[in-house]
Design a binder for this molecule. Structure first.
Ligand SMILES: NC(=O)c1ccc[n+]([C@@H]2O[C@H](COP(=O)([O-])OP(=O)(O)OC[C@H]3O[C@@H](n4cnc5c(N)ncnc54)[C@H](OP(=O)(O)O)[C@@H]3O)[C@@H](O)[C@H]2O)c1
Length: 288
């Protein structure tokens, strides 16, 4: 069996490889990366490092040669570009003879979601289904890791700001999502044509998150419900691309309508334990 992971020098991909090495031999693992020099640690472990880029169908088809199961980790670009990139990756996998595609999707992918990136994931899921290959969709909820970005400002000012109102979001640590992917890749035949909703243990509000930060650091931190335009202005001042600002702003609009509050126990079914709670994640990330 040879399993290939795309995006293996990214944050999620790095963790997937780490968890997969706990389960199968390095000689059964290949990775696709845009810059092979960045993956010298993986070659040193005996992993087959291949150059791949979703913008290049011919290259990607070579990259997938001899692979049975491929984890396609979604890329990061505007919707039209990313839809094309993901379709190219699927076409390449099929042309190369890959049997099973595992794909990192999003919770409740929809064409018209306020979280605009959702439409990309719906398109990619549908395209994979139409390819006729076996599939496993890992519908990841939002990374708890994203919550740490506001911590330095919160510790400086006491304010933990987001346009979140009392929205509940089922954040889950990236590391747990990586372990779920590794479990699937280690025994792909147990997960043929399955769709997993990988959420945290509960939907948490930003008031609760501010409380977790305060408890973990012993500093007074409270949630500040930012007006949407203030939040957008902050993201613009950071120089983020427009498509990302639109997606991040939309995430909170959708969350306030209840889009990301539904808890699933699929993570526990796949991995055999509950995911780390947001409270425990923040406590451990801020411990020193
Ligand atoms: N659920 C969530 O909360 C959440 C949050 C953020 C992102 N995401 C999605 O999940 C993905 C993985 O998250 P992450 O934290 O690992 O993000 P990340 O660290 O930014 O990694 C993104 C990966 O995508 C790869 N990539 C980008 N463009 C590509 C292309 N044209 N062809 C092939 N690979 C390409 C990158 O390759 P290089 O290593 O070569 O740069 C990188 O490995 C993201 O790309 C995004 O789609 C989900």
């Amino acid at each position: 069996m040879t399993v290939l992971i795309t995006g293996a020098t990214g944050q999620l991909g790095t963790l997937v490889v780490k968890h997969l090495l706990d389960r199968i031999q390095a000689s059964d693992i290949a990775v696709s990366v845009r810059t092979p020099q960045k993956a010298s640690d993986l070659s040193a472990k005996g992993i087959d490092v291949r150059k791949g880029d979703f913008n290049d169908l011919a290259l990607m088809t070579k990259t997938f040669a001899g692979i049975e199961t491929a984890l396609i980790i979604s890329a990061e670009d505007d919707n039209a570009t990313r839809i094309k990139q993901h379709r190219t990756a699927v076409d390449a996998a099929k042309a190369a003879g890959v049997k099973h595609i595992v794909y990192t999707s999003i919770i409740d992918p929809k064409a018209d979601a306020d979280f605009t990136y959702s439409a990309i994931h719906l398109d990619t899921e549908n395209y994979i289904k139409q390819s006729g290959l076996a599939y496993t969709f890992l519908r990841n909820s939002f990374y708890a890791d994203l919550l740490l970005a506001g911590v330095p400002h919160a510790l400086e000012t006491g304010d933990y700001g987001a346009p979140a109102g009392d929205a509940k979001i089922t954040y889950i640590p990236r590391n747990d999502l990586a372990e779920a992917a590794a479990v699937v890749l280690a025994n792909p035949n147990d997960h043929i044509n399955a769709t997993y909703n990988l959420t945290g243990t509960k939907g948490v509000t930003h008031s609760e998150i501010a409380g977790y930060i305060a408890d973990a650091t012993g500093k007074p931190v409270t949630f500040v419900d930012l007006p949407a335009e203030v939040h957008t202005g902050i993201l613009q001042s950071l120089g983020l691309p427009d498509h990302l600002i639109e997606a991040l702003s939309g995430l909170y609009v959708g969350a306030k309508k209840g889009d990301y509050e539904t808890v699933s126990n699929d993570f526990e079914k796949v991995v055999g334990r509950k995911p780390q709670s947001v409270e425990a994640f923040i406590k451990s990330a801020l411990a020193n």
